[in-house]
Design a protein around this ligand. Structure first.
Ligand code: HEM
Length: 568
């Protein structure tokens, strides 16, 4: 009997905790955030946060309430999840959050940043604005977040991107041309992701860091992907002995950055103008100019710290956009007829592809005219942009994490000082606002496609196309009533569509990322026939929170060079 009573008691405590947390969660409409329902007070949501991946994605999606706050806590963590477009827009447009408290330890764990720099990042409460945040006493040389923003503005200025994109395209075309393993006959391959990774890593790195990076580090691509695959473990700050391979992969990449920097210093050409957009030793002129910002940081940036900064930059350059470009291609290939529509749109924007005839009279290649490829025109194409936005909606799962610098309220809700907040792009990207219901009114702008149901969970290439009355807007090609124009639009989606985050730390590389995704798919499809040999894999949630998700498993495909297509 006593045992039964004890068992009942043991069962009753978690049950009571659950019921109370559920009632509070359901009934609270303001004040501080209530906990998401849980069974054991101390442990609460620990299992989902430790496990990460799908378990975390599920618990956040199930518990999020648009326009409200929900708390997740457990052993060693306590976060408040914000959800709903208005709420997120209001929250992230203020300067009341710190980013550095979250990123400082990550700089050590992910990039081997030395402790003295980690400490300086954590202490930098001066914000990103030209003027330091009120009350901050950080000296100008230690305004590390501000310096980053200054560097990003330079690296991603229009002049810089206008140089970067043609370099990227030339590299991509050269890669396609060099790849003699692919001829006019089908070649079977077992891993489309591996193929895209190999192709785009080299092109992105060369267009950003210059040719020196891969010259002094010929094995960097393989080393980088091994490191990137270990990122969830490294970011968690677990001791290296628990997974020596992970720590080693970081060291290999860190050493590679040192080699590149030594090479760049040695090959610096003093005749390159200070304000040049490109410097063959350093890559982007902005990367060379950043040295000055680092020099002025009161001796903080020694060789190790600079290698960590360079590694962080390399990682942000490759880690998200390459899987995103893979998914773009997969979605296009998996969706019946879409690859041909993409080809037609590419031809429309750039003119038809041309065919090269070798000296032996063999049709060898089909190339877009590299010299006058108008990347801006291509990436302004409505359908290609809509596919890009829809791809990111389905395959990016970023967690934006901030700490509250100054207590404030959001509507009826309070955010006390030092509260940690979370915004999940994945939660926002699958809400009911994305569910397209059949639109059966008789308006002539409706298309056959718009009269169908397109649930939020499914890829719909036209989700971001809206009818347009302006003749300046391009029509979107086939499958639309003649005469009706469509344009790409993110209007009304601010706070709902969040692949690049929002606010002061919104991704500065987003314009380049968009061009890379659209250009790589368009060029690849113009030059090659590609066929998937299996259904597309699911998202792999192992990287939940880091940005673009990878694929779960390999995707076999076959590929051949397109011959006789287009021009001449
Ligand atoms: C599809 C591709 C990409 C996605 C989904 C993506 C996503 C993001 C997100 C969500 C953030 C903000 C994180 C936060 O607010 O906490 C971010 C920041 C950043 N991204 Fe991207 N990104 C992409 C491509 C790129 C590229 C190509 C670059 C080029 C170098 C880049 C450079 C950066 C940098 C430097 C930051 C840090 C900004 C800061 O310190 O304020 N990203 N990215």
């Amino acid at each position: 009997m006593a045992v039964l009573a004890a068992l009942l008691l043991v069962a009753l405590v978690p049950l009571t905790t659950y019921v109370f947390s559920l009632l509070r969660y359901k009934s609270k409409t303001g004040g501080t955030a209530p906990s998401a329902p849980h069974w054991i007070a101390l442990i609460a949501h620990t299992a989902a946060f430790v496990k990460g991946d799908e378990a975390l994605a599920r618990v956040l999606r199930q518990s999020a309430i648009p326009g409200a706050m929900v708390r997740f806590h457990g052993l060693g963590f306590n976060f408040v999840l914000l959800s709903g477009a208005d709420f997120i827009r209001k929250a992230l447009s203020t300067h009341n959050f710190d980013w550095n408290k979250v990123t400082a330890p990550l700089f050590a764990h992910m990039f081997a940043g030395p402790p003295h720099v980690v400490d300086a990042i954590a202490r930098d409460d001066s914000g990103v604005g030209r003027k330091p945040y009120p009350g901050s006493s950080v000296p100008p040389g230690r305004r590390l977040l501000r310096n980053q923003i200054v560097f990003f503005a330079d690296a991603f200025s229009r002049a810089s991107i206008d140089g970067m994109v043609p370099r990227f395209v030339s590299s991509l075309q050269a890669w396609c041309e060099k790849n003699t393993a692919i001829g006019a006959n089908w070649v079977e391959m077992d891993d489309l992701y591996g193929f895209v990774r190999e192709m785009l890593f080299a092109c992105g790195v060369e267009s950003f860091f210059g040719p020196g990076m891969l010259e002094v580090n010929p094995g960097l691509a393989a080393a980088f992907w091994a490191y990137d695959d270990n990122m969830p473990f490294l970011a968690a700050g677990m001791p290296g002995w628990m997974k020596p391979r992970a720590a080693r992969s970081r060291t290999v990449c860190h050493e590679a950055m040192k080699r590149w920097r030594a090479h760049a210093v040695e090959h610096t050409d003093p005749k390159v103008p200070e304000d040049a957009a490109w410097d063959s030793a350093w890559g982007l002129g902005a990367i060379r100019r950043r040295n000055k910002l680092l020099d002025e940081a009161e001796g903080l940036f020694d060789e190790n710290a600079r290698a960590a900064m360079d590694l962080a930059l390399l990682w942000t350059l490759a880690t998200n956009v390459i899987p995103a470009s893979y998914w773009y291609l997969v979605e296009v290939l998996a969706h019946s007829g879409l690859a041909d529509r993409v080809r037609r749109e590419t031809d429309k924007e750039l003119g038809p592809t041309t065919t090269t005839i070798s000296s032996k009279g063999v049709q060898e290649n089909a190339f877009l005219p590299a010299s006058n490829l108008d990347a801006r025109k291509l990436t302004a194409n409505p359908l290609l942009q809509s596919i890009y936005a829809e791809t990111l909606r389905l395959h990016v799962a970023t967690l934006l994490i901030r700490t509250v610098k100054k207590a404030h309220s959001l509507g009826a809700w309070n955010l006390p000082h030092d509260e940690s907040i979370l915004v999940s792009s994945h939660v926002e990207h699958f809400g009911e606002q994305w569910d397209h219901q059949p639109d059966n009114d008789s308006d002539s702008s409706n298309t056959h496609d718009q009269q169908e149901h397109h649930p939020a969970t499914q890829f719909w290439p036209e989700r971001f196309l809206v009818p347009s009355s302006s003749s300046a807007d391009e029509d979107h090609g086939d499958e639309k009533p003649p005469g009706v124009k469509f344009k790409f639009s993110l209007s009304g989606r601010q706070g709902q569509w969040l692949p690049f985050g929002l606010g002061e730390h919104m991704c500065p590389g987003r314009h380049f990322a968009k061009q890379e995704m659209i250009l790589s798919a368009s060029i690849l499809l113009a030059l090659f026939d590609v066929e998937l040999r299996a259904p597309p894999p699911a998202n792999d949630f192992a990287r939940y929170g880091f940005g673009t998700l990878g694929p779960k498993g390999k995707l076999p495909f076959r590929v051949r060079r397109r011959v006789g297509c287009g021009g001449q």
